[in-house]
Ligand binder design. Structure first.
Ligand SMILES: Cc1cc2nc3c(=O)[nH]c(=O)nc-3n(C[C@H](O)[C@H](O)[C@H](O)COP(=O)(O)OP(=O)(O)OC[C@H]3O[C@@H](n4cnc5c(N)ncnc54)[C@H](O)[C@@H]3O)c2cc1C
Length: 401
């Protein structure tokens, strides 16, 4: 009997999963259902070049339309799935019942809203519609207040500065991008923003947003535009209501399968077991959405691919490119390589293995670091530090060891 695969969420993970499911040989029906009206598109430009550029932000699609039609992948856009009946193998969307044999939940996340008086006045940045709502307000001289010094708040701040706005960033924590950077790199980022004219303040709690001001502990800042960059909320509600196990995300094994045999999850919404680390990771990054989507799509087609990707993400702020690879949890020492304009911090564990890297304008170095993380062998620290040392040679030696 012809099998039917439904994918809920036409974002990056859902789009890549649909294509990889077909390319891995699945011959049944594939339907990709998305609440947004666009086929899967890139979110990273929304807070960067699409926001800082002239005119209305445009969608940059992952795939041409033909990539779906050539593979007989049905796109159902502008359609929200309201419920799942896991026992019956069906979902409800817009009054319609759609049956499935396999279901992929790639529902991603939504921008977290500020839960304080006037919080609804703050713009958020998750979708093309969000970028299109914000862009016309970023006029030269506009007073923009970004709440949160995470990656989205800081990228919006940098884009707003580029457009000539007067920008303030308010953060409760004592450092920028506190969840993912070492204090040294947070300080570097803070300095970058200050140099570029952003008024960035830490240890500040916002209490209220009025029509004209952002009210903090002991001051009220005049604001024409307020942007909340306070993280995202995973869209797990459908899964939870269907009895699928969740723990800060939909729990899936190394193959992307959830606690319910016929239901898989991929991308931002997943709390995914990563075989390299032997534990569940909750990632919210571009490469994870793509590689996890591809891996899970293959497995839905009957493959047994194991997910073990090395985490990696980048951000662009004020013309500088910052990249992070691996996990900092076990890092005990840091080796710095490069010059102030282009450098990489290699983070080593107690066994002398590279476990993470943070690079500024250092794509090649961070790429090499990922190979070193995969090799999981002690590295020659002196050679790594030596700017004249050949990184590729080091990688080859590690692979051979
Ligand atoms: C502004 C911005 C900038 C970013 N920049 C970077 C960056 O520089 N580097 C980096 O590594 N990562 C970046 N990211 C993160 C990266 O874009 C995400 O990790 C990625 O988009 C996640 O893809 P996803 O498919 O898992 O989820 P999503 O992109 O959230 O897609 C999920 C889709 O599911 C749909 N959906 C949800 N519920 C339903 C339902 N019930 N019915 C139908 N459809 C539903 C949603 O509408 C959405 O379209 C950025 C993200 C944002 C928002």
């Amino acid at each position: 009997m012809r099998q039917n695969a439904l994918i809920i969420g036409a974002g990056q993970a859902g789009g890549y999963a649909a294509v990889s499911l077909r390319d891995a040989g699945f011959t049944g029906g594939i339907t990709l259902i998305g609440e947004e009206t666009e086929r899967p598109y890139e979110r990273p430009p929304l807070s960067k070049e699409a926001l800082a550029g002239p005119g209305e932000p445009a969608a940059q699609y992952f795939h041409a339309e033909a990539k779906y039609s050539d593979r007989a992948i049905g796109l159902r856009l502008g359609l929200r799935v309201e419920g799942i009946d896991a026992a019956a193998g069906a979902v409800w969307a817009g009054g319609e019942r759609l049956d499935y044999d396999m279901l992929l939940l790639a529902t991603g996340g939504r921008a977290r809203r500020l839960s304080l008086p006037g919080g609804e006045r703050a713009h958020v940045m998750r979708t093309l519609a969000d970028a299109r709502a914000l862009r016309p307000l970023l006029l030269p001289g506009a007073r923009v207040v970004c709440v949160g010094a995470g990656v989205i708040g800081l990228e919006v701040a940098a884009s707003a500065r580029k457009l000539g706005c007067a920008v303030t960033v308010l953060e409760t924590a004592p450092q920028a991008m506190a969840r993912s950077l070492t204090p040294e790199m947070s300080a570097w980022l803070e300095a970058l923003h200050r140099t570029n004219g952003v008024d960035i303040r830490f240890g500040v709690t916002v209490h209220e947003i009025t029509a004209t001001h952002v009210v903090c502990d002991d001051t009220a800042l005049p604001a024409d535009v307020v942007v909340a960059g306070v993280g995202m909320v995973r869209n797990t509600e459908l899964a939870e209501a269907a009895g699928v196990a969740c723990d800060g995300g939909i729990l899936v094994d190394a193959h992307g399968r959830s606690s319910v045999e016929t239901i898989f999850a991929a991308g931002d919404v997943a709390a995914a077991f990563n075989a390299r680390y032997g534990r569940v990771l909750r990632l919210e990054t571009w490469r994870h959405a793509m590689s996890h989507g591809i891996c899970v799509g293959r497995n839905m087609a009957g493959d047994a691919a194991v997910y073990d990707d090395v985490p990696w993400f980048w951000t662009d702020q004020h013309g500088e490119n910052l990249q992070l690879a691996g996990l900092l949890d076990d890092a005990v020492t840091t080796i710095r390589r490069g010059v102030p304009a282009s450098f990489c911090l290699f983070h080593l564990d107690a066994g002398g293995r590279v476990v993470a890297a943070t690079g500024v304008n250092a794509t090649r170095e961070v790429r090499a670091a990922q190979e070193m993380i995969r090799a999981a062998r002690p590295v020659d620290a002196a050679a790594l530090e030596n700017p004249a040392g050949n990184l590729q040679k080091l990688v080859v030696e590690l692979r051979r060891a």
